[in-house]
Design a binder for this molecule. Structure first.
Ligand SMILES: [Zn+2]
Length: 1071
């Protein structure tokens, strides 16, 4: 799963953007003024349901150090003193009998709270938290609560009158027995028995977790994760001969690390089995993770509630106490209690349902395979479903709210095809008997790969053949492909820790293209892959970027890993490796990797070793590699001396240069006769000269020339190298199809030769090569290697371009230039530039038909071009859109508009107050649900400031506009020349609410921070942005997205200082 942020220059965005293809939010970030609706974007994180740990309704007490303390007294349970009860005196340094707060049965035992954080412990905490804000940590520690629940022995966990509690002051001392954020390795969970009972009326749930553990060193406490759970009882069961004894244990909680400690009275010994059991209750989360509440409105207007889960990366601990790290894999037996009118879903199928009361059914799910906690899922809802079987007999079902069940068929068919494909491709059977795909009405990201129960935003799963756009079809197919790929990459084989998240996400992103290109050839997804690499490079070119594999520790840092570097760059370097090894060898290596590490966890090097071994068996002689694929081709291409060097098989060394260093190389090519001089350096924005980071990459170069269109290869491993061509050439083009993750500069007259080729005969090279030239030429302007006039010279050829990727890339480079000017009142040049771009694409715009005919790429191109043209007030387009809008309005919204031109029609209609109001009245209706995102785009293009403000306010309220749509609504408004001040103000004024809703470190926050500020280009704007973020606490001000935002604005300022006058002159000469 994941989230998405947007490129620096994104405008409203287009369907083709990065996020449209992936297991993440759909955030329409690339290209134009045009755009399709965001289907799913970084959603939101709500406020925690239960922000404190004390038991509801009880007094809390601020201790002498400001630390809350709670003491629970227990009543009932009379058999004190028998079999392993905790003698309170063992634990309480000072016993303080808890006074009764109300009359009740006599207490049979008392328990006590002790709180004391020693200075040494504080110091230890600080030292383990390199990035933590120390002042905020201090605050957290001040509110630390340590629960001391001492309970008399009572083996019946369902005992009704067991405990009530009072809270009294306590000032004992019981340090938390663990001082690291990562859990100790000496307790291993083996099996979880979970019983959950959500109450959809009171919006609370109770739970009982029984966890079988083994220990590999003698211990006296069990440390595990728990967050916002009110623990009412905890016990450790041990086997003594043939009998079991249960010891009720004291629980300490350490909220800053989201950990609890169960303190055993007697040590736990190596080699013995123990069972930890914990009873607890909590509120259903109001956010979008943990066990959370979601609501929807029926066609009749009734609001219904359901409960669903989102645990990745660190929220399983909000639903049940657990060892919440990906390497603690275990089996799960889940039971869920529900009302008879609801149904419950989980990872496994139901094996039986028992009636526990008239109004209560308990579903027992089959025991799961061994898996990580973040993949556990359960849903209680009134969903309906449709099902089909795959060829190998796996039952696939799509679940949705009842009113939308007729939109489930496309996803069902796609999922059947894709699961069949993966079973075949990986040669490893899907290990569960079923796969459910569920559309959740409130969802943060695009989708989530829970094993056997993948969950989706509605717009990521539901497709209406009558009403959905072409881009929706593409997006839904890709996201299902992504989540199903995870069933192997991620679920079967999981990264050891979140620092290697890319092993999950890079692979799933990459496999989307591999699978969909075969299962859905009509979508031609392979054409769009390079867009992922452009997007990744956008953030990877900044100093604030990070290596693909990066150390992380706390939940906010883990959240920040769900970014373009893990997803897009991860996918791009895998694609580069596949191109280098060849598809067969690459696939064989993957299969070997998946087989070898099934149900286990891996690191980077495990993958490289598997891939390297695939070929090395035959690697006895240099240049004599045997086998198919790469090994054979290696012989065939041995004419190049560099290609057959032994180090070619050193996959680990090569790939370490891509995963352990941030950024990417710029390769400069200088042709002198038949000699080609090569030079690599670190491409980094922010200065005219490249920084001396000393980074070197092993770059698998590919090239063609004017004399040969056979792809040649050359592995560049040094800073400079030379290759000799067989003959002199007119032009040379490197990085074929943008399969490599690097950009290329052609020195001397190298660019002129390519520009003249594009002007004379642009189809001599592929459309992806054209798109990559457009990208590279503008990248080189940013670092001062080329002048803007050279890049604009190249753009002139676009007048003859008709293919989607070069057109989109052209828009993606040109539109942001005037977007910067829009925020600085530079009307003259801004308008000239707008005129230039419209003129460039005018012929193509004029050719567009206003219907839904053609291939998916033709339809997406049409949709984006027409929205761009209408937004740019290109009269023929506006006239046509107005006419459509009038007719649609006259029909009271019943007229069927072509799906791919709807956004343009709505956008033009929303320019008047009446039109806007009419459109909004339709937005609210259930039967416009598939168009909601398109309407949001149109509404946010309005020039009316009150309307824009109202929309943002409504999305924060979350009633008529879903809060999950808030991040992209704010960003849309920020792209609007009438709205960018409002969006910035809104972000500042609501910062605390937004962070509460969406959580620090999340992609949603990053999307808003960058999306709102990335078109600023003045020193005043920079100062304002810096001032605001500096005024926040350290955790907020040090977010990576804040660093990115500042770097982007600095880069914009530099860029405008250097290029603005030159653009003005170039336009005067070329218009
Ligand atoms: Zn994913």
């Amino acid at each position: 799963m994941g989230a998405c942020g947007c490129s620096r220059h994104s405008e409203l965005s287009i369907p083709l953007d990065r996020a449209s293809f992936g297991g993440r939010g759909l955030c329409y970030c690339r290209v134009a003024q045009t755009d399709l609706p965001a289907g799913a974007s970084p959603g939101e994180r709500g406020m925690w349901g239960s922000p404190r740990t004390e038991l509801a309704g009880r007094r809390s007490w601020k201790g002498p150090r400001g630390i809350s303390a709670f003491t629970f007294t227990l009543q009932g349970a009379a058999n004190a003193g028998s079999g392993g009860a905790v003698p309170p005196s063992r634990w309480a340094r000072q016993q303080v009998p808890a006074p009764l707060t109300q009359p009740g049965p006599p207490r049979s035992r008392l328990s006590y709270v002790e709180i004391n954080i020693s200075k040494a412990r504080m110091a230890a905490l600080f030292s383990t938290l390199p990035f933590a804000d120390k002042s905020s940590l201090m605050m957290m520690m001040m509110t630390i609560s340590i629960l001391n629940v001492a309970v008399s022995v009572n083996n019946d966990h369902s005992s009704k009158n067991r405990e009530t509690a009072d809270v009294v002051s306590g000032n004992g001392s019981k340090p938390f027995p663990w001082d690291k954020m990562r859990l100790p390795k000496h307790v291993i969970p083996v099996h979880y028995d979970l019983l959950l009972h959500p109450n959809l009326t009171t919006l609370t749930f109770t739970g009982f977790a029984r966890i079988e553990i083994t220990v590999n060193q003698q211990i006296s406490s069990v440390i595990l994760h728990s967050k916002h759970l009110q623990i009412t009882r905890a016990a450790i069961q041990r086997r003594m001969g043939n009998s079991h004894t249960e010891e009720v244990v004291m629980v300490l909680e350490y909220p800053p690390f989201e950990q609890i400690a169960l303190l055993a009275a007697f040590p736990l010994h190596v080699g013995q089995n123990y069972t930890v059991s914990i009873e607890y209750s909590a509120n259903l989360s109001e956010s979008f993770h943990g066990f959370y509440k979601s609501t929807y409105r029926t066609q009749e207007g009734e609001v219904r509630v359901l409960a669903s889960t989102q645990f990745e990366p660190t929220a399983a601990r909000m639903a049940f106490p657990c060892f919440d790290e990906p390497s603690f894999k275990a089996r799960f037996s889940i039971k869920i209690r529900r009302e008879p009118k609801h149904l419950a879903l989980s990872n496994m199928p139901i094996v039986k349902s028992v009636s526990v009361a008239n109004w209560l059914v308990e579903d027992h799910f089959d025991v799961s395979v061994k898996m990580s906690t973040y993949l556990v899922a359960f849903i209680v809802s009134d969903f309906k479903s449709v099902s089909k079987m795959t060829t190998s007999g796996i039952k696939i079902s799509v679940y949705t709210v009842p009113d939308k069940i007729n939109q489930a068929d496309y996803a069902l068919d796609a999922a059947v095809k894709l699961l069949d494909f993966y079973e075949n491709y990986f040669s490893i059977p899907y290990p569960l008997p079923k796969q459910d795909l569920a559309a959740i009405p409130d969802f943060q990201s695009g989708a989530m790969e829970n094993w056997g129960l993948t969950t989706y935003r509605e717009s990521s799963l539901l497709y209406d053949p009558e009403k959905s756009s072409a881009s929706a079809k593409l997006w839904i197919t890709m996201i299902i492909a992504h989540e199903l790929a995870h069933q192997w990459f991620g679920n079967l084989v999981t990264m050891e820790w979140w620092n290697d998240l890319w092993l999950n996400e890079g692979f799933a992103k990459f496999m989307e293209y591999v699978s969909v290109s075969i299962t859905h050839p009509d979508l031609k997804v392979e054409d769009y892959f390079l867009g992922k690499c452009f997007d990744a490079m956008e953030v990877d070119a900044l100093n604030s970027s990070h290596p693909v594999s990066t150390p992380v520790e706390d939940p906010a840092q883990i959240q920040e890993m769900f970014d373009d570097v893990s997803y897009e760059k991860g996918a791009c370097i895998l694609n580069m490796l596949r191109d280098y090894l060849n598809a067969d060898v690459f696939k064989a290596g993957l299969v070997q990797y998946l087989r070898k590490y099934s149900y286990q966890n891996t690191k980077n090097e495990d993958l490289w070793n598997s891939l390297a071994h695939t070929c090395s068996a035959g690697d006895t002689q240099e240049g004599q590699l045997q086998g198919d694929g790469f090994c054979t081709r290696n012989q065939q291409t041995s004419s190049s001396a560099h290609w057959t060097r032994r180090e070619i098989l050193d996959v680990t060394t090569m790939m370490n240069t891509w995963t352990l260093q941030k950024g990417f190389p710029l390769v400069t090519v200088t042709v002198k006769g038949k000699t080609v001089h090569l030079h690599q350096e670190h491409y980094m924005k922010g200065s005219d000269s490249s920084p001396s980071t000393g980074y070197l990459w092993h770059v698998p170069l590919t090239y063609i020339t004017s004399k040969s269109d056979t792809v040649q290869r050359f592995l560049l491993t040094t800073k400079t190298d030379v290759l000799i061509l067989p003959e002199e050439v007119e032009w040379i083009k490197f990085n074929l199809g943008m399969n490599g993750y690097y950009i290329v500069h052609y020195e001397d007259d190298g660019w002129d030769a390519l520009i003249s080729l594009l002007k004379k005969n642009h189809t001599a090279i592929s459309s992806n090569d054209r798109a990559s030239l457009i990208n590279n030429v503008f990248q080189l302007v940013s670092i001062g290697k080329l002048s803007i006039s050279k890049a604009l010279d190249l753009s002139l050829y676009l007048k003859h371009e008709s293919q989607i990727m070069p057109v989109f890339q052209g828009m993606n480079e040109l539109i942001p230039m005037y977007k910067l000017m829009e925020k600085r009142d530079m009307d003259d040049v801004e308008n000239q530039l707008k005129g230039y771009i419209v003129n460039l694409f005018k012929d193509l715009i004029d050719k567009q038909s206003w219907n839904d005919e053609g291939s998916v790429s033709e339809r997406m191109l049409r949709s984006s071009l027409l929205l761009f043209a209408c937004a740019r007030k290109y009269q023929p387009c506006v006239d046509k859109a107005e006419e459509y809008f009038m007719k649609w309005k006259e029909s009271n919204g019943t007229l069927r508009l072509p799906n791919d031109v709807k956004t343009a029609v709505y956008a033009v209609g929303a320019q008047t107050i009446e039109g806007w109001d009419f459109l909004f009245s339709k937005y609210r209706l259930p039967w416009f649900n598939t168009e909601r995102n398109q309407i949001e785009v149109a509404l946010s293009i309005s020039r009316n400031k009150d309307k824009l403000q109202w929309m943002m306010d409504q999305s924060l309220l979350g009633d008529v506009v879903k809060t999950q749509d808030l991040p992209h609504i704010i960003v849309f408004v920020a792209k609007n020349p009438s709205g960018y001040h409002l969006a910035w103000k809104f972000l500042k004024e609501n910062w605390n609410k937004l962070v509460q809703k969406f959580e620090l470190g999340s992609a949603s926050i990053a999307h808003m921070v960058i999306g709102v500020t990335n078109q600023y280009s003045t020193r005043e704007q920079l100062a304002e942005v810096k001032e605001f973020f500096n005024s926040l606490d350290e955790k907020s001000s040090q977010l990576r997205c804040v660093q990115q935002a500042v770097e982007i604005i600095e880069e914009n300022i530099r860029w405008m200082d250097i290029n603005f006058e030159k653009i003005k002159i170039w336009l005067q000469n070329n218009m």
